[in-house]
Design a protein around this ligand. Structure first.
Ligand SMILES: [Zn+2]
Length: 255
């Protein structure tokens, strides 16, 4: 049975996600930007946290962690490489680790670039992945700590997940990502359709997430760095997607 999901807007443009399994009562939170809206969602649903998964150490992903852990006694899991920068981890994980969170097996994918120790979580039986600030809808995270090449490697691994995987990202950046994406890939019909959908969703005050790997493969220029058309846009020959990715990311940083 698919889990119940609650996508919770936090702070200015962050998201936290709750997954709940009615049979066991297991309730998993991915990232903890702030306590109040997450606690309100838990109270409204009548759920009690059992697991908290953290993608990376930035304050807008862990600001509510201490309080939410204290309220629930949930087990907190996060990247070993950032353990010294995240207070309250009960268990650390690294690339390739598998563990169970309630009824869901979880696979850990190291996705360095935005931060050095950033991880994504893939729950194959639930059909979902949590990509934090690595993959966004129509975009990707800024590269603060790692190299552009490492970030491309991280995105390349995420795009290899099953295409039907439902993807939750750390921020509602899709509308601004769509503007940049259209500037480099204006003839892409899937992108144009997605951009129109995003505009309508935001006008209605609704989230643009989740997305899917298939939708991002079709429309997200940062996942399409091996497309010769995008290589041409940044003035590079085809065949070096890492270089095309780096040029696209630099261009967006300067936009
Ligand atoms: Zn971040």
């Amino acid at each position: 049975m698919p889990p119940d999901v609650d996508l919770i807007p936090c702070l200015a443009d962050n998201y936290a996600v709750l997954l709940h399994d009615p049979a066991s009562g297991a309730t998993l939170l991915v990232d903890a930007p702030e306590e109040a809206p997450i606690a309100a969602a838990l109270d409204r649903r009548g759920w009690t946290l059992t697991h908290i998964l953290i993608t990376h150490h930035h304050g807008d992903h862990v600001g509510g962690l201490k309080a939410l852990k204290a309220r629930s006694g949930a087990t907190v899991i996060g990247p070993a490489a950032e353990a010294s920068r995240i207070d309250g981890l009960d268990r650390t994980v690294a690339d390739g680790d598998r563990f169970d969170a309630g009824p869901w097996p979880v696979q850990v994918i190291a996705t360095p670039g935005h931060t050095l120790g950033h991880v994504a979580y893939h729950l194959p039986t639930a059909g979902v992945a949590f990509t934090g600030d690595t993959l966004f809808s129509l975009g990707c995270g800024r590269v603060f700590e790692g190299t552009l090449e490492a970030m491309w490697g991280s995105l390349d691994r995420l795009r290899a997940l099953p295409q039907e995987t439902v993807v939750y990202c750390g921020h509602e950046y899709t509308a601004s990502n769509a503007r940049f994406a259209l500037s480099v890939d204006p003839a892409n019909e899937a992108l144009r359709a997605r951009a129109a959908e995003v505009e309508a969703l935001r006008a209605a005050g609704r989230p643009t997430l989740p997305t899917t790997i298939a939708a991002e493969l079709a429309a997200n220029p940062f996942l399409r760095a091996d497309d010769p058309a995008l290589a041409a846009v940044v003035g590079l020959p085809p065949g070096d997607p890492a270089a095309v990715f780096a040029a696209l990311r630099r261009r967006k940083d300067a936009a």
